[in-house]
Design a protein around this ligand. Sequence first.
Ligand SMILES: Cc1cc2nc3c(=O)[nH]c(=O)nc-3n(C[C@H](O)[C@H](O)[C@H](O)COP(=O)(O)O)c2cc1C
Length: 358
Amino acid sequence: MSTDLLFSPTRIGAIDVANRVAMAPLTRSRADMDGVQTPLAVEYYRQRASAGLIITEATNISRQGRGYAYTPGIYTDAHVAAWAPVTKAVHDAGGKIVVQLWHVGRMSHVSMQADGAAPVAPSALQAGGNVFTEAGFEAPSMPRALETDEIAGIIEDYRNAARKAKEAGFDGVEVHAANGYLLEQFLRDSTNQRQDCYGGSIENRARLTLEVVEAVAEVWGADRVGLRLSPLSTAIGDTALDSTPMETHEYLIRRLGEMGLAYLHVVEGQLHGDNGAFDIKALRAAFNGKYIANNGYDRQRAIEATTSGHADMVAFGKPFIGNPDLVERLRGNAPLLEAPATSYFGGGAAGYTELAAA
Ligand SMILES: Cc1cc2nc3c(=O)[nH]c(=O)nc-3n(C[C@H](O)[C@H](O)[C@H](O)COP(=O)(O)O)c2cc1C
């Protein structure tokens, strides 16, 4: 099977990419407590600029949207000033970079919120799992259900973050609607028990995601907006699946396709697990646009996915942590280094930009 396609350029919406290997979003928890990136992040992303497209680590759209210590934000001028040298470094090295826009919803802790407030969610249902705070791992706090008239403010927070992302020089944005965070909490009937126009029917549960996409597309143009989904994953927050995941996601994906989104990015299975028995190919077919596949891909599967037409790009997560030059290694079929999981979250240069010292 020809390897050429994986390493050939293509166009994702309005973004020209040099190859079809994307860097998946990877939280590394090395910003300061105000969500301001340090110069280390400039070096980290510069090292990985040979990826056709870098999708940044999940980046908070507001103080309320924050659930984990040391994660970056994109809602203040200080955030913009810290991200601008990152986008410049990636562009100078010939790469492209979009920022992943994040609101964690109920996956937060009172210590991460202004004045110790409760995190917000579609419904007052506490998540399982844990979040990382300054004091270490904690159970997510009991959230409060958002009032209907608060939701417009959250959409405005997304719009503000999209504007800030533009000021910081990104090539576009990826709306994070995956992995058990706010937008997925609205989408799934396991976490959304609302009675208003954001709950109940599939149309109502998909409404917030579509309104957010509409708002950020007004800033960027839809052809510079991507969206990430994880229809089969329960990993974050022990979030139960939707009762009809195929129908729910098919509706959302069809609507997103009609909006002319730059791309759809799917975690094709259980995050950090296998790919399940779900008909991902049928879902992909519901989206008449560019598609980025992710979850446990290796070189061979990535070549097959692009050659068969299943995916326009393949996103690699963990392999990019230990192999900044992943594209070159895949091209030459060279062995990959495995970064220790202890270096994933928090700390300094070791295991981040300095791999030998990990
Ligand atoms: C350390 C780490 C941090 C992650 N952070 C994010 C994130 O910020 N946003 C997101 O959507 N997914 C995140 N993920 C999930 C990855 O993007 C990806 O879906 C997952 O690692 C599976 O792909 P892989 O098998 O190529 O690693 C993270 C995964 C890891 C291991």
